[in-house]
Design a protein around this ligand. Structure first.
Ligand code: SF4
Length: 314
């Protein structure tokens, strides 16, 4: 079956069922094309909370995103096309580690990046995404009347947040990172800039500091997208320092501009475990419990508070 035929079948099945399909920017372009909403973690959390009025939500993203959608929609069925789609960054931090950091740093709030398990979120004071981390850290440190916060699991986002906010971010743990973004080196940037000297470099805050310092713009996926959308007609070329899915989205939406990856193979293989066949199967088998994401009630109740606090704060 061709991609077009699969997409048509999926669109027909969507029309026949009470279902919403959410997809992260890092999904393949053919999945983005059949989604009702595309976004980054913050955008999709908001959509899940404010716009999901269907009985079923199919979430084409990694496990923590589907968990967050489920926590925000406990009366709905949240389904993930491939339950092996997990974010390795989330594995850097456990609830026990958060508890220990809090014990060793009394009075400091724990700010948890949404790229974490529900059980870790449940131990936090507030969640954040790469789009709102600076704002969240400023507000929570103000509320707790402190000039340091505990921050995890991404050490690069913690470093970026500390640089911009001026608030000390203590890493939980020391070296949590995303293998996609942290693989971009200063050498890679020098090479690609030599090749495309007129291109603007835009990178994600999960990149290492040396790479961020060479960039024209640092921002979350949605902010990178908006940066390109709002660029002048003279700005025609962009080097993209994030997962290839965002580049594919922007190449479709802004055909008058050119996009180059900061290095080859910037692929999140965990995000790419979904495909159209799996989504079609789910739409034909919405009650297949094997694909339903359910967070244990006690954890969901505790994790809801820091997620909602983030949404209220940003
Ligand atoms: S891109 Fe990085 S942080 Fe995002 S899901 Fe993949 S591994 Fe996790």
């Amino acid at each position: 079956m061709t991609v077009k035929q699969l997409q048509e079948d999926i669109l027909n099945l969507k029309n026949q069922n009470d279902v919403l399909v959410l997809a992260h920017y890092y999904q393949s372009i053919e999945i983005q094309e059949i989604a009702d909403f595309i976004g980054d973690s913050l955008g999709l959390s908001r959509t899940a909370k404010e716009k999901a009025n269907t009985e079923y939500i199919i979430f084409a993203g990694v496990d923590f995103m589907a968990e967050t959608a489920s926590i925000l929609n406990q009366d709905k069925h949240v389904l993930i096309p491939n339950y092996e789609s997990c974010c390795p960054m989330a594995a850097f931090l456990t609830p026990e580690m958060v508890k220990e950091f809090k014990r060793n740093n009394p009075g400091l709030p724990a700010v948890i990046y949404v790229n974490s398990t529900a059980a870790v979120k449940a131990e936090s004071d507030i969640c954040c995404t790469s789009a709102n981390a600076v704002e969240i850290v400023k507000k929570i440190s103000n509320e707790f009347e402190v000039d340091s916060v505990l921050f995890g699991p991404d050490a690069n986002l913690a470093d970026y947040t500390e640089q911009i906010s001026g608030i000390n971010c203590i890493n939980m743990p020391e070296s949590g990172h995303c293998y996609v973004h942290s693989q971009i080196t200063i050498e890679d940037i020098k090479t690609v800039k030599e090749k495309y000297p007129k291109a603007k470099l835009i990178v994600h805050p999960e990149c290492i500091r040396g790479v961020r310092e060479l960039a024209n713009y640092v921002g979350s996926t949605s902010r990178m997208y908006n940066y390109v959308r709002d660029s002048s007609s003279e700005e025609k070329e962009f080097i993209i320092g994030t997962e290839v899915g965002l580049l594919e989205r922007m190449a479709q939406d802004f055909p008058e501009k050119s996009f180059y990856l900061a290095k080859d193979k910037l692929v999140c293989y965990n995000m790419k475990k979904h495909n159209l066949e799996l989504i079609k199967y789910l739409l034909e088998n919405l009650d297949d419990k094997a694909f339903e994401v359910k967070v244990p009630l006690e954890i969901a109740k505790k994790a809801l508070k820091p997620i909602e606090k983030m949404l209220d704060f940003s």
